[in-house]
Write a protein that binds this ligand. Structure first.
Ligand code: C2O
Ligand code: CU
Length: 466
């Protein structure tokens, strides 16, 4: 076991200074002749600048708030000290307009992470505040090109402005703010140039409020080598689709096996009947090599503590609420959660009442209002835990835990093939998922759905690690 918490480095690493300024800006989401879109940006960019450090380096990020409202920055998936987690009122006082706040922490895990506000996330992230954080391995796998694609989904009006219907009741009680315009790195994509024989490490980040992606790389054989930043045994994605719920990441090795001069589309097939072409891979007339390289793909492991599942303490976690929630609850026995979910069972009248108060989604019967709340669970530091989670709703939910990565050990009672480490696990309607982890990072940590409208409407709790 660990003798010393990993986030306290043995040697004082010198910090890398990074400046981020959140403010309004113009982003070219859609190509000309359309105009630019008024967005909220870090350093005038959507996404914000790609922050890149080496594993073991210390980051010091000076965040300046140029918005008219409070903000924070959360380092999604990064295991860091609680005070640096960027959760308003819970881990820090929010950064007021004109104020600055300095985040400082060590990058203990290599991988693909991202950053975004945790203050009114639905609108702040939805207007463009997010950016990639890449922590490089000391010995990365060999590739020809390292490419980051931050995926986002916007709801734009006919004139190309961001529709300002944030937080409307329909989005909050259904599948969140799914938009009408998908961007890669802040731009409606057109083509991606590649060469036959080239090997690309593609880092996919889903920064959308609510859209789930299911990418089909038609004719190519993507190999997943990391999920949510954490290495996984290289494998072809289940059913051929790389599925990414909001906040999730996947690193894939993509061997460019198309013919010189050919074109090949990547299709997003997540929502049945709503498939669309995300981007075209466009092959150069000249090949790089005539067949894919045979370089190893396995990434070096990160220093994660292994949960002792046999002796782990188990907790049940039930998610409920949302439209058609009472039907699912009745089907599943109707006894999930505690008595306080009665409101959800009481027919449409009380459902509308709940929606009116903004309490639409519940974890173990409780709907959050803001980030400060009594912990739903208190975990003993250093102990192993299994959370047995039930999605008693009619909707998908990407469930995220701060400050830790967990192993996804079972789905509907079946052991998972890869026991993947994740920080955000996508749960299908009615699905049961067990996750396991060592509660080794002291503090109050958010545990919430990363469909940001669900989070805003109550699907959030606090897990305390002592
Ligand atoms: Cu990326 Cu609590 O969030
Ligand atoms: Cu959700």
């Amino acid at each position: 076991m660990l003798t010393r918490p990993l986030w306290r480095p043995a040697r004082a690493a010198s910090a890398k200074n990074i400046h981020l300024r959140a403010a309004r800006g113009l982003a070219r989401l859609v190509s000309e002749p359309h105009g630019k879109t008024l967005a909220w940006c870090y350093n005038g960019l959507v996404p914000g600048p790609e922050i890149r450090v080496r594993q073991g380096e210390r980051l010091r990020v000076i965040v300046e708030n140029g918005l008219d409202e409070e903000t924070t920055v959360h380092w999604h998936g990064v295991r860091l000290p609680n005070g640096m987690d960027g959760v308003p009122d819970l881990t820090q006082r929010p950064i007021g307009p004109g104020e600055t706040f300095t985040y400082e922490f060590d990058a203990i895990d290599a991988g693909t992470f991202w950053y975004h506000p945790h203050q009114r996330s639905s609108e702040q992230v939805g207007r463009g505040l997010y950016g990639p954080l890449i922590v490089e391995e000391a010995k990365p796998v060999r590739i020809d090109r390292d490419v980051t694609w931050v995926l986002d989904d916007w709801r734009l009006t006919k004139s190309g402005a961001i529709s300002d219907d944030f937080g409307n009741g329909h989005d909050m009680s259904h599948n969140g703010r799914v938009g009408n315009t998908v961007t890669i790195n802040g731009r409606v994509p057109d083509t991606f140039a590649a060469q036959q024989g080239e090997r690309i490490r593609l880092r996919l980040i889903n920064a959308a409020n609510a859209r789930i992606f299911g990418l089909d790389f038609q004719g190519h054989e993507p190999m997943v080598i990391a999920l949510d930043g954490q290495p996984v045994t290289p494998h072809a994605p289940d059913g051929g689709l790389v599925v990414l719920g909001p906040a999730m990441r996947a690193d894939i090795v993509l061997d460019m096996t198309g013919e010189p001069g050919s074109q090949s589309a990547i299709i997003d097939r997540f929502y049945q009947g709503l498939e669309y072409q995300l981007i075209d891979l466009s092959y150069d007339a000249k090949p790089l090599r005539d067949r894919p390289p045979e370089w190893p793909m396995e990434l070096p492991a990160n220093p994660l503590p292994e949960p002792d599942i046999k002796n782990a303490v188990r907790h049940e976690v039930v998610f409920n609420g949302g439209m058609m929630g009472s039907m699912v609850m009745a089907d599943m026995g109707g006894s999930m959660g505690d008595g306080s979910s009665d409101g959800m069972m009481g027919g449409m009248g009380s459902m509308m009442g709940m929606m009116h108060s903004g309490k639409i989604w519940f974890i173990n019967g409780v709907a959050a209002e803001g980030h400060v709340m009594d912990p739903m669970l208190t975990l003993a530091g250093g102990r192993s835990y299994v959370l047995a989670m039930t999605n008693a709703t009619a909707w998908h939910h990407p469930i995220h835990l701060h400050g830790h990565s967990f192993r996804v050990v079972t789905r509907n009672g079946q052991a998972t093939t890869h026991r993947e480490w994740q920080d955000t696990v996508l749960m299908a309607p009615r699905e049961r998922v067990e996750i396991a982890f060592v509660a080794d990072n002291p503090g109050d940590w958010m545990f919430h759905c990363h469909i940001l409208e669900h989070q805003a409407a109550g699907m959030m709790g606090v897990i305390r690690v002592t």
